[in-house]
Every structure is written in structure tokens, then in C-alpha cells.
Design a protein around this ligand. Structure first.
Ligand code: NAP
Length: 337
């Protein structure tokens, strides 16, 4: 992975699979305008702009969003913020998939009608003529891959999208391989960037997904690098959940992350954090950046303090031995396959 410094704190690294460079830590915006289970907005407009300012001030230039974040308000707020900036200096990635109209199955997925309508709408909200990376947010098994790839290729040819990406919940390498095979056979643009969930406790991509990405030279930008906040040291096996955490109010979060096995991983994370005099969040992010095949994690934060703490992870050096201990703290379910 080559990198270049641009007189700023965060470095640029090559966004594998594309001709672009990305900030070594991308900034994720899915909590902008998002309501939690208690009906509270997690990040309002003013805070959203403060977070974007803090990211930009640290040299960050890569913003990840999706057309459903905050029901579209997330992209509007990014667009308002970008209007006062030099748009060309920023790489913007967005995503399309989830259903947006009740009772209308055509407003979901990657069919031609939905993709075309949704791209125009998101460009309008962002106030830009193009997005740098357009992801399919999930696989649409109801739409033929040929229809999806042909439509996406049209977006690239029109200049409204520069690169194509696939974001996944279940990492199915064969689906990307098949879609790209169709695209290449037709001379269409293939997917070149992948966005899977990956962090110290969510390791599904270690099956064959990362290896596939390495073999194909694709960019890999992991989401939820801190396990939605679990890997930050603020949760405890015995104590009550921290009041201020918006994520912890989600029952799904509690079931997926607050497990004995994950707390055992956190114990090793705490030990390494003590050794390198860093926070658990910083070490968890540094571990991810050290993983072979990972291009740039997408950092999330609810406050500017959290963001600044997380961005400082770019300065953390871990020894091979520390990386191995963290890696081994949770056995990959695919180890040895
Ligand atoms: N493609 C997809 O399907 C998909 C899915 C999810 C996310 N994403 C992308 O990935 C980005 C990051 O995902 P994520 O938000 O789940 O990332 P994450 O880094 O795993 O979790 C972020 C959350 O953890 C807590 N946190 C972060 N830093 C902290 C710190 N230093 N100390 C204490 N708490 C801290 C905050 O929540 P609290 O303070 O409320 O606890 C924050 O909102 C998203 O914004 C989005 O762009 C994509």
C-alpha cells in the first residue's frame, strides 16, 4: 500500500481497485439525523457540521454516506457543508438499496428504475454533479446482476459516478465475482471497492472475502470498525450500560456485542492499549488498519471528542506480536478451512 502526505495529519493511501487515493481513515455519517429506539436524533445538523469540520481539519477527505441515512437528511447536511468547500478535494461515497416507499417494492433494490431515480435524488441532496464511489448497499437477489451492472455502467459512462462498490452484510465473494465477470465480459465497469463489516469481534470476512479482495486487487473499507462502540472500553461485563451512549439503547446491539466471548477479546485489547499508552478504540482501529487486505476503515463518532480520539489511531504503531495477540483473542470461525 503506497501513501503520500498532504501537509495534514491523516495520510492518503491508495484506494485499491481504483485510481484514487483515500484518507487512511474514512469518515462515516450514518448517525446524522438518525433516530434511535427512544425516538431521539443521535446527531443533529449542528453537530454533524462540527464533526465534518473536525474531520476536515485533521486532513480527512473521504466521506461515506448512504441515501437512506437520516431518511435523506444526512446527504442534505453533507451537501450544505460541502457548498462552502472545494468539492473537488473530497471523495464522497454513497449507497443505494433499502426500500424508501411503503408498499412499493420497486423502490427497493438495484433494479434499473430504482437505481436511476435514486442516483438523481442523492446527487440533488448532496448538491453535486457526481459521487466518487457508488455502492450497492446490499445484494438484490430479485434483480438480475446483468440489469444492475449495465445500469451502473451507464452511471460511470455518464460521469455521474466514478467507481462502483458493493457493501455487504453477509460477505458473499461469489456474488461480486459473478457480477464482475458479467461486467468484464461486456466491457462494463466492475465493482472495485468493497464495504464489509469487519472489526476485532466481527470476523466473518476472514472466510474467503478478504482473500478474494486481495487476489482481485479490490479496495476494502470496513464498516463498524469499533463494533458500534463496543471496542471503546465504555462497556463493562457487570455494570449498567453508559447513559450517554445512543447505540447501547438498541436491543440488537446488546445481543450481538455484549457477550462473554467479546468481553474476553476486549480484555486483550485493554492489555495492548496499556502497553502502547493508547485507548482501546485507537488500538482496535490500528489493528484493523494493520490487517492485510484492508484499505481504510470507516470511522464513526457521535461527538467531536470521540472523533478526535479515533483519528489519532493513525499514529499508533503495533508490533507484529501485539497484532497477533489481538487477532488470536477471538478465533476466526473460518480458521483452518
Ligand atoms: N455498508 C453498511 O451497511 C454500513 C453499516 C454500518 C455502518 N456503515 C458505515 O460505517 C460507518 C461507521 O460505522 P459505525 O458507526 O457502526 O462505526 P463504529 O466505529 O463501530 O461505531 C461508532 C459509534 O461508537 C461510539 N464511539 C465511537 N468512537 C468512540 C470513542 N472514541 N469512545 C466512545 N464511544 C465511541 C459512538 O456511539 P455512542 O457514543 O452512541 O456509543 C459512535 O457512534 C458509518 O457511519 C457508515 O458510514 C456502513
Amino acid at each position: 500500500m503506497t501513501s503520500t502526505r498532504d501537509d495534514t495529519d491523516l495520510e492518503f493511501v491508495k484506494l485499491d481497485g481504483t485510481g484514487l487515493h483515500t484518507s487512511e481513515l474514512q469518515f462515516g455519517t450514518w448517525r446524522f439525523g438518525k433516530e434511535n429506539e427512544a425516538g431521539e436524533v443521535e446527531i443533529g445538523e449542528e453537530r454533524a457540521h462540527e464533526l465534518l469540520d473536525a474531520y476536515a481539519d485533521a486532513g480527512g477527505r473521504y466521506i461515506d454516506t448512504a441515501d437512506v441515512y437520516g431518511g435523506g437528511t444526512c446527504e442534505e447536511w453533507i451537501g450544505d457543508w460541502l457548498a462552502d468547500r472545494d468539492r473537488e478535494r473530497y471523495t464522497i461515497a454513497s449507497k443505494i438499496y433499502w426500500q424508501i416507499r411503503d408498499g412499493d417494492p420497486n423502490s427497493r433494490g438495484t433494479n434499473r428504475k430504482n437505481l436511476r431515480h435514486r442516483l438523481e435524488a442523492l446527487l440533488d441532496r448532496l448538491g453535486t454533479d457526481y459521487v466518487d464511489v457508488l455502492y450497492i448497499h446490499r445484494w438484490d437477489d430479485a434483480t438480475d446482476a446483468r440489469e444492475t451492472m449495465k445500469t451502473l455502467n451507464g452511471f460511470v459512462e455518464s460521469g455521474k459516478v466514478h467507481y462502483l462498490g458493493a457493501s455487504t452484510h453477509r460477505p458473499n465473494a461469489w456474488k461480486v465475482a459473478r457480477a464482475n465477470e458479467i461486467a468484464r465480459a461486456e466491457g462494463w465497469e466492475p465493482f472495485t471497492v468493497l464495504q464489509p463489516r469487519y472489526n476485532l469481534v466481527d470476523r466473518e470476512v476472514e472466510g474467503d472475502y478478504l482473500e478474494f479482495a486481495r487476489q482481485q486487487g479490490l479496495g476494502v473499507c470496513p464498516w463498524s470498525p469499533l463494533g458500534q462502540g463496543f471496542l471503546t472500553g465504555k462497556y463493562d461485563r457487570e455494570e449498567d450500560l453508559p447513559e450517554e451512549s445512543k447505540v447501547a439503547s438498541s436491543s440488537r446491539f446488546r445481543e450481538s456485542y455484549l457477550t462473554t466471548e467479546n468481553f474476553d477479546v476486549h480484555d486483550e485489547l485493554d492489555r495492548v492499549a496499556d502497553e502502547v499508552d493508547a485507548s482501546p478504540a485507537q488500538v482496535a482501529l490500528a489493528w484493523l488498519s494493520h490487517r492485510d487486505g484492508v484499505t481504510a476503515p470507516i470511522v464513526g463518532a457521535r461527538t467531536v471528542d470521540q472523533l478526535e480520539e479515533n483519528l489519532a489511531a493513525a499514529d499508533i504503531d503495533l508490533s507484529d506480536e501485539q497484532v497477533d495477540r489481538l487477532t488470536d483473542a477471538k478465533a476466526s470461525p473460518y480458521e483452518g478451512l
